[in-house]
Write a protein that binds this ligand. Structure first.
Ligand SMILES: [Zn+2]
Length: 228
C-alpha cells in the first residue's frame, strides 16, 4: 500500500498523514524531511543540497529522485509509504511511477483533501498560539475558552505570516501546481477526492474506509493470483 496525500495548506493534511501512518502502519515520506535528514547526515549529497538551499535556489527534481530512490531501496519501506507534499509537479509524478516500477511497487491510491479558499482563510486567520504553554487554538474551530485552557487569553498570539494575502497566494499556488498532477492520477483511476471541510475525525473515517476497502481488494486479488 503506497499512498499519496494532497491538500492545500491549512487543510489538515499533516494531521491526517499522521493518523494514517499510525493506523495503517505506514511511513510518512516528505521531501522536506528527506532534505533535512540528508543535510544532517553531512553526506556529499547533503552538502550539495545545503549549498543550493543557502543560495536560495530550488533543489532539482534529479536530487529529489535520488532521495526517493534511497527510500524505495530499503526493505522496511517496501509498499508502506505515504507521500506528503510530493510529487510537486507532473515530472516528479512521472518519475515516481518509473522509480516505483523499478522497485516493483506502485501507487495504490491518491487522496486529495478538498477545501475551499474561504474555509482555509477562516481556519488560518483564526489560529491562536499561547506563548506561555504552546497550545494552538482556533477562534472558529477550537476556541480557547472551551478548551479549559489555564493560561487564559493573555498570552494568545497570531502567527505573523497568517494574513489573508499570504494565505490566498499559497492557496492559489497550490491549486495551480497541483491540478495537473491530480488530473494525471485521475486518468490512472487512482484519485479519491475527500471533502476536507468536515471534522478531522469524520475526514479520517472517510480516509480509513477508502484504504480499508483497497486493502480488502488487494488481499482478494493476491489470494486469487496465488491460488491459480
Ligand atoms: Zn497557555
Amino acid at each position: 500500500m503506497n499512498i499519496i496525500l494532497f491538500g492545500p495548506p491549512g487543510a489538515g493534511k499533516g494531521t491526517q498523514a499522521d493518523n494514517i501512518t499510525e493506523t495503517f502502519n505506514l511511513y510518512k515520506i516528505s521531501t522536506g524531511d528527506l532534505l533535512r535528514d540528508e543535510i544532517n547526515k553531512k553526506t556529499n549529497l547533503g552538502e550539495r543540497i545545503k549549498s543550493i538551499i543557502n543560495k536560495g535556489s530550488f533543489v532539482s527534481d534529479e536530487i529529489i529522485n535520488d532521495l526517493i530512490v534511497k527510500i524505495l531501496s530499503v526493505q522496511k519501506y517496501y509498499n508502506r509509504l505515504i507521500f506528503d507534499g510530493y510529487p510537486r509537479n507532473l515530472d516528479q509524478a512521472k518519475s515516481l511511477d518509473d522509480l516505483l516500477k523499478k522497485y516493483k511497487q506502485k501507487i495504490t491510491c491518491v487522496l486529495c483533501l478538498n477545501v475551499d479558499k474561504d474555509v482555509i482563510i477562516k481556519r488560518i486567520l483564526g489560529r491562536r498560539t499561547c506563548t506561555k504553554c504552546g497550545l494552538i487554538f482556533n477562534e472558529y474551530f477550537k476556541p480557547p475558552a472551551d478548551a479549559k485552557h489555564i493560561c487564559g487569553t493573555k498570552f494568545l498570539t497570531k502567527r505573523s505570516d497568517d494574513n489573508e494575502k499570504t494565505i490566498t497566494y499559497r492557496y492559489e499556488t497550490y491549486i495551480e501546481k497541483t491540478l495537473p498532477i491530480l488530473s494525471y492520477y485521475k486518468k490512472l483511476n487512482l484519485l479519491h477526492e475527500i471533502d476536507g471541510k468536515r471534522e478531522i475525525n469524520e475526514i479520517f473515517k472517510k480516509i480509513s474506509d477508502i484504504i480499508a476497502s483497497l486493502e480488502a481488494w488487494l488481499c482478494k486479488f493476491y489470494l486469487y493470483k496465488y491460488r491459480n
